[in-house]
Design a protein around this ligand. Structure first.
Ligand SMILES: Cc1cc2nc3c(=O)[nH]c(=O)nc-3n(C[C@H](O)[C@H](O)[C@H](O)COP(=O)(O)O)c2cc1C
Length: 410
């Protein structure tokens, strides 16, 4: 979010105090944060809190004071103010890369849905052309009220990102859906809304996670893949406008919102799903750690503890990439190579052997890289001979670098 200006709208919800922590978090991510508060919000938290945290004046009024102090709308100048200085909603709207209203009261959601503009926040939303993210927080009964549901629908149809409040204990003492979401979920929505939509119209198929190959009905062979890299790719491709299908082996990760999810267990199940879906795909990214071997003769019943099992007969699984139907012109295939040495040479060999367009090679023996971690260090090699060694970075960031590399494939 470095270099981005986010207008953070705070409204009269009991969750208004959580916006202070959100403002800090956005700043930690590199954003400049300009806070605008409704009059009701100021009954819950003082503007001074946000002013001190963000280092900028807080916008509270549509009509600036005669001294030229226009809240968050512009600089305090000695001379005659330029036109935008007496119209802070325009200055804020012009300077914003994104408006996030968090928390958004039911009242604010209604005003936004109906285009009302009776305060600084709602007026600047009408004046702005940037993406808007709305984070409602209210009592459960309010969230499920037909009027609120209709207003949320209207906003979503208009392209506004409206997050789902979380389910849990509410300030009223009841339990229901209405809680201010976790900061990570809000940040992910903001990040997604800020992304360039350079994958719009592309159908992206991503595999993720391990596969499990049964020894008997209760035991299996598997690997240490957590699925995090594939998940990050699915989120990044979705945020960049792609239609994403995620075919995943068993992981502990929650499904990615707005991504079609196909759950598989064995390498054979994954192969069938990928081969069937490949013709309707523009970009296939094979981030799954598919088993190379499986038990040759899995037992039908549980093998008893006392049985003398000294050897395990294995057979190779089918290579999914070699089993794909013939490619259409323009179809792209990205593979992964998890190695423990001689990284570039092995990855280059795989790239050629499997006729890949791009391969993401990582040394899984390196600290911070590979299975289970939130970070990865990878080298990208493409069929045109490009070889880019990337530094250690989050899987989220790496996912975007991989998509960037896909976009520039010749
Ligand atoms: C103690 C208290 C807590 C409130 N909490 C919420 C809330 O969490 N969500 C909500 O939509 N309204 C809540 N309200 C009602 C709003 O403050 C009220 O609808 C107000 O008009 C919102 O104004 P605004 O949208 O201009 O900020 C609360 C009211 C009180 C008195």
């Amino acid at each position: 979010m470095a270099g981005k200006t986010i207008v953070l709208g705070v409204t009269g919800s009991i969750a208004a105090y959580k916006a202070a922590s959100l403002a800090r978090r956005l700043m930690t991510e590199g954003a400049t944060v300009r806070v605008v508060m409704t009059h009701t919000a100021q009954r819950f938290v003082a503007p001074l809190t946000f002013e001190a945290l963000t280092g900028h004046p807080v916008g509270t009024d549509l009509f600036p004071s005669s001294s030229g102090e226009v809240g968050a709308g512009g600089a305090r100048s000695a001379g005659p103010p330029p036109a935008v200085n007496v119209m802070p909603h325009l200055a804020l709207a012009d300077g914003a890369d994104l408006i996030a209203i968090a928390p958004a009261s039911a009242h604010c959601v209604a005003k936004l849905a109906h285009g009302l503009a009776d305060d600084l926040l709602t007026t600047l939303v009408l004046a702005a052309e940037c993406p808007v993210v709305v984070v409602p927080a209210m009592d459960g009964g309010m969230w499920t009220h037909p009027a609120v549901c209709a207003n949320v629908r209207t906003l979503r149809q208009r392209g506004v990102t409206v997050l789902e409040p979380e389910v849990g204990p509410l300030a009223s003492g009841r339990v229901g859906q209405g809680r201010f979401p976790e900061e990570d979920a809000i940040l992910s929505a903001i990040f997604g809304a800020l992304c360039a939509k350079d994958f719009r119209g592309r159908r992206v198929l991503i595999t993720a996670g391990p596969t499990q190959e049964p020894l008997d009905p209760v035991r299996f062979l598997s690997n240490r893949s957590s699925g995090k890299m594939g998940w990050a790719l699915a989120e990044a491709a979705r945020d960049r406008g792609a239609d994403v299908v995620l075919v995943a082996g068993p992981t502990s990760l929650a499904p990615v919102p707005n991504v079609a999810y196909v759950s598989v267990v064995t390498s054979e199940e994954m192969r069938k799903e990928v081969v069937t879906r490949f013709p309707g795909t523009d970009v296939l990214i094979m981030a799954a750690a598919v088993a190379d071997f499986r038990p040759a003769r899995p037992a039908q019943g549980k093998v008893p503890k006392g049985r003398d099992v000294r050897t395990l007969a294995l057979e190779p699984t089918k290579d999914i990439l070699k089993d794909l139907p013939p490619r259409r012109a323009g179809q792209l295939v990205v593979g992964f190579a998890a190695e423990t040495g001689d990284l570039v040479a092995r990855a280059r060999g795989k790239l050629l052997d499997k006729a890949l367009d791009l391969i993401v090679a990582n040394d899984v023996s390196e600290p911070g890289a590979g299975f289970g971690t939130d970070t990865n260090r990878a080298t990208l090699l493409d069929r045109a001979g490009r070889c880019e060694a990337l530094p250690l970075m989050s899987k989220h960031e790496l996912a975007h670098r991989i998509l960037d590399a896909v976009l520039i494939l010749p």
